[in-house]
Design a protein. Structure first.
Length: 297
C-alpha cells in the first residue's frame, strides 16, 4: 500500500523533526506547511529578566519569594524565555533556594527544550508535567504537587503565554470552589504574538491540489484554522464553492488536531468537528488518534 500523505501545518523543526522521522517510518508521507509567524515581545521578556535580577524567584527570611516557578504550555514561550536568558550575560538565573524553582510544562517537546535550558542555566530548577498532555491535566498536577511544596502561603506562578491561549490553567488553579489554602495564584505574561503567514493559504492550496487519494491534515494551533477550512471547503465553507484546494480524485480529507485547544476552536468558532483530537501532543499521540479513527470507519 502506498504511503498516505499527512500534511503537517507547522514549521519543520531543525536539524531533525520528530514528526517527520516518526511518520516516515509509519507508511505516511509527511509534508510541512508553515502557518505561523511569531514575534517575541522584548519588553515583556525584559520584565522576566528583571524579576530574576531583583530576586522575585528567591526565597529567604527577609523577602519571601514572589513566584515559586513558571508555567509553559507552548514551545514558543520556551523559546522566548531561552532567548532572553541566552542574551542576558550579566544576569544570574541559577536560583539556589528551598523549595527549588519549579518549571511546569505540558508535553514532551517543551520539556526537552526546557531540560536543555535548565541543564545549562538553571541547574537547581526542577521540571514537572512533561507527561500531562493537556493544560487541564497539568493544572491538576500543579494543584497536587505545589501543595506538597507549599501547604500554606503559596507564592504565585508566572505563566508565560502567547496572545491566543485557553484560560483553563488559571481558572483551575484559582477556582473559588477550592479551599483558600489550596488555590495557586497565577500571573500571565504575554511574551509572543502570533499571526498567519501571508503565503500559507496559497501554499496549502497548492499542496492539497496535488493529492488525489486520502489525506490527513494535522493542525497544531487555532491560528490559521479559518484559512485551512477555506482551502478544504469544510465547515462554514462547505458547498460554497470557496474551496481553493481543488483536488483531482475522490480521496477523502481528514483533519486531526494536536490537542483540545485547537479542537474546541474549530468546534466553537466554525462549527467544524475534527475527525481526531490527539490524546497526547506528540507524533505517537497523533498516530494513535488516527489509527483509532480509521479502525472505526
Amino acid at each position: 500500500m502506498s504511503p498516505t500523505p499527512i500534511l503537517l501545518l507547522k514549521t519543520k523543526s531543525s536539524p531533525h523533526d520528530g514528526y517527520e522521522d516518526f511518520f516516515s517510518a509509519q507508511n505516511y508521507t509527511p509534508t510541512f506547511i508553515p502557518v505561523l509567524e511569531h514575534r517575541f515581545l522584548k519588553n515583556n521578556l525584559t520584565q522576566v529578566r528583571d524579576l530574576f535580577s531583583t530576586g522575585a524567584f528567591n526565597n529567604n527570611a527577609s523577602t519571601p519569594r514572589k513566584y515559586g516557578g513558571l508555567i509553559f504550555t507552548s514551545q514558543r514561550a520556551v523559546e522566548g524565555f531561552a532567548q532572553m536568558i541566552e542574551d542576558e550575560k550579566d544576569v544570574t538565573f541559577n536560583i539556589q533556594t528551598t523549595p527549588p524553582l519549579i518549571l511546569y510544562t505540558v508535553g514532551p517537546a517543551t520539556a526537552r527544550t526546557l531540560t536543555t535550558l535548565r541543564d545549562k542555566h538553571l541547574p537547581n530548577a526542577l521540571i514537572h508535567g512533561a507527561d500531562t498532555g493537556t493544560g487541564e491535566n497539568l493544572a491538576h498536577l500543579i494543584l497536587s504537587h505545589y501543595d506538597s511544596l507549599y501547604p500554606t502561603d503559596k507564592p504565585s506562578l508566572l505563566f508565560l503565554v502567547g496572545e491566543v491561549r485557553r484560560d483553563i490553567i488559571p481558572k483551575t488553579l484559582m477556582n473559588q470552589a477550592l479551599p483558600a489554602e489550596k488555590r495557586v495564584g497565577v500571573e500571565e505574561l504575554v511574551v509572543y504574538e502570533t499571526g498567519v503567514m501571508e503565503s500559507f493559504e496559497g501554499d496549502f492550496a497548492d499542496v492539497v491540489s496535488r493529492e488525489s487519494g486520502d489525506v490527513w491534515v494535522v493542525v497544531f494551533s487555532p491560528t490559521g484554522c479559518e484559512a485551512m477550512l477555506r482551502v478544504l471547503g469544510l465547515g462554514p465553507f462547505a458547498g460554497s464553492g470557496t474551496g481553493t484546494g481543488k483536488r483531482n480524485g475522490t480521496g477523502r480529507v481528514f483533519v486531526a488536531t494536536i490537542g483540545p485547544t485547537t479542537r474546541d476552536h474549530l468546534r466553537e468558532k466554525f462549527g467544524f468537528e475534527a475527525h481526531v483530537c490527539a490524546p497526547k501532543p506528540s507524533p505517537e499521540g497523533v498516530l494513535e488518534g488516527i489509527e483509532k479513527f480509521m479502525g472505526g470507519i
